[in-house]
Structures are given as structure tokens and as C-alpha cells.
Design a protein around this ligand. Structure first.
Ligand code: NAD
Length: 266
């Protein structure tokens, strides 16, 4: 992590979907600045334990893991409850868990629609409704939702994802208004394409949906929208997250920050 620094010593952060990709890098970025971490996500138990232990070893903070499925409200409640029980506080909530599926709307299975809306949007409602009372009581809190450039603009064949991410941006604004006087901010980060496992699988799906090669998907579909013609790097997101959770970020509230090389400027 070579970006901004923030003093998060002693603070506690929950990052949903932090066993892979962006969530894992954001968790490590918070830990590198002193925050204790509650990891969450799916995956192989042995690999997750390695990820957890590496955070403790690399950064000298405490790291725990909770396997709440973001489709299950009672498990999400338990994730927040266990975090407060384990660490005694909750300062930062990063709603990052997400899935994607690329298909024309008339071929999109209703179950896929429900899963995408459930994991990408509804889970944020559940984490927030349980975390906010804890933050309000403490008089300070930071909620950061990982939306997407697709929270600001659309692309074809991503109806559920675009709807969910626009919903995340709307939820972000509403929570910001409701929590502002309590010292809690809520913002969204809207990344462009980052080369994570989620994007790797999209390359294949998009090639199929559009009938073009995977190479053409990267060059002509994904990066054609990003004026820099480069994937967004993890550090570009971590730097913004650190700003938002720091004291300097206290007046940034209800905003959706694009980090996408200029995509939504077009
Ligand atoms: P990823 O597939 O690498 O990681 C997704 C994480 O979510 C994993 O930890 C996975 O275990 C977890 N997850 C999935 N379903 C879950 C469930 N039911 N319960 C709990 N955890 C679950 O994906 P990523 O690319 O790192 O994406 C992370 C977030 O960033 C997502 O919200 C995604 O929409 C968003 N995003 C990604 C990109 C990109 O280009 N990669 C761009 C914009 C936004």
C-alpha cells in the first residue's frame, strides 16, 4: 500500500466480501494503518485462515473472520453483533461483497436477479441497520459502500448489477442524511474495472454474450469505457477509503466518488 496514510490505531473495521479481490486489499489497507479487522466472505476455510493470520502478522493488529452469507439477514446481524462482542467497538463499515452476472435481460434468470440485488444491495441495508446504532452511540462512524461506475452509468447486459449499484448510491445518500448529525458519514466509492476474480469471470461471460473473443472484451468493451485505458489499481481505491475514514473526511458525506479513469465524465 503506497497511497495515503491515516491513523486508525485501535479502530475496528468490518469489510464484507474481504476474502478476495478489492475487499481483501481494502482490509489490508485499513490494517496497515492500525485498524483491527473483521473479515467476511466465502471461500476455502484454510485459505481464509491464512489471509486472516497474514493480516495479524503483517500489520500487528487483530483480525477475525465471520462467514456470514450476505443473502441471510440473521447471519448479517450476527456478523455485526460478533464484531462488537469480539472487539468492543465498531468504527468503520465497508460494504463490499458483490457478485456480477452478464446476460441480456430477457435471458437473465430471476434467481440471478434476486442474488445480485440481495448480495450487492440488500446486504448493505442489513449491515447498516445493525451497525448504525453502535456508531451513533459512539458519536462517530464511517460507512463506505463499494458501488461501481455502474452505480452512475449503465452498460448493456448488466441490468441487475446496474440496478443494484444505482440502489447502493441511493442508499448511501439516504443514510448520509439520516446519520449526519450523529457524527457518522456514509459515502460510496464507484470503481471502474479492477482486474479481480470477479472481472476475470466477467471477461468470459461478456465474450459469450457479445459473441467476441476475450481479448476483444478487455480492449473494446471494458477498457474502451475507461479513458486511461488502464485497469484501476487497488491502491487507487485504498487511498480514497483512507481519506473517507480519516478525520479529514468528516465533511465528505452522501457522495459517490468515481475512481474509474474518467469513464463517467464522457
Ligand atoms: P471478488 O469476486 O474478487 O470478491 C467478492 C467478495 O464477495 C469475495 O470475498 C466473496 O467471497 C464475497 N461474496 C460473494 N458472495 C457472497 C455472499 N453471498 N456472502 C458473503 N460474501 C460474499 O470481487 P471484486 O471484484 O473484488 O468486487 C468487490 C466489490 O467491488 C463488489 O461489490 C463489486 O461489485 C465491486 N466492483 C468491482 C469492480 C471490478 O472491476 N472488480 C468494479 C466496480 C465495482
Amino acid at each position: 500500500m503506497g497511497g495515503l496514510k491515516a491513523d486508525l490505531s485501535g479502530q475496528v473495521a468490518v469489510i464484507t466480501g474481504s476474502t478476495s479481490g478489492i475487499g481483501l486489499e481494502l482490509a489490508r489497507g485499513l490494517a496497515a494503518n492500525g485498524a483491527h479487522i473483521m473479515l467476511n466472505g466465502l471461500g476455502d476455510a484454510g485459505e481464509i485462515e491464512q489471509i486472516r493470520a497474514a493480516i495479524e502478522t503483517d500489520f500487528g493488529v487483530k483480525a477475525a473472520f465471520h462467514g456470514a452469507n450476505m443473502l441471510k439477514p440473521s447471519e448479517i446481524e450476527d456478523l455485526i453483533g460478533e464484531t462488537v462482542k469480539t472487539f468492543g467497538r465498531l468504527d468503520i463499515l465497508v460494504n463490499n461483497a458483490g457478485i456480477q452476472h452478464v446476460a441480456p435481460v430477457e435471458e437473465l434468470a430471476p434467481e440471478k436477479w434476486d442474488a445480485i440485488l440481495g448480495i450487492n444491495l440488500t446486504s448493505c441495508f442489513h449491515t447498516i441497520r445493525h451497525a448504525l446504532p453502535v456508531m451513533k452511540k459512539a458519536g462517530r462512524g464511517r460507512i463506505v459502500n463499494i458501488a461501481s461506475a455502474h452505480g452512475l452509468v449503465a452498460s448493456p447486459y448488466k441490468s441487475a448489477y446496474v440496478a443494484a449499484k444505482h440502489g447502493v448510491v441511493g442508499l448511501t445518500k439516504t443514510i448520509a442524511l439520516e446519520a449526519a448529525e450523529a457524527g457518522v458519514t456514509c459515502n460510496a466509492i464507484c470503481p471502474g474495472y479492477v482486474r479481480t476474480p470477479l472481472v476475470e469471470s466477467q471477461i468470459a461471460d461478456t465474450a459469450k454474450a457479445r459473441g467476441i473473443s476475450e481479448e476483444e472484451v478487455v480492449r473494446d468493451v471494458m477498457l474502451s469505457a475507461q479513458p486511461t485505458k488502464k485497469f484501476v489499481e487497488y491502491d487507487h481505491l485504498t487511498g480514497l477509503l483512507l481519506y473517507l475514514v480519516s478525520d479529514a473526511g468528516a465533511s465528505a458525506n452522501g457522495a459517490a466518488f468515481p475512481v474509474e479513469g474518467g469513464w463517467v465524465a464522457a
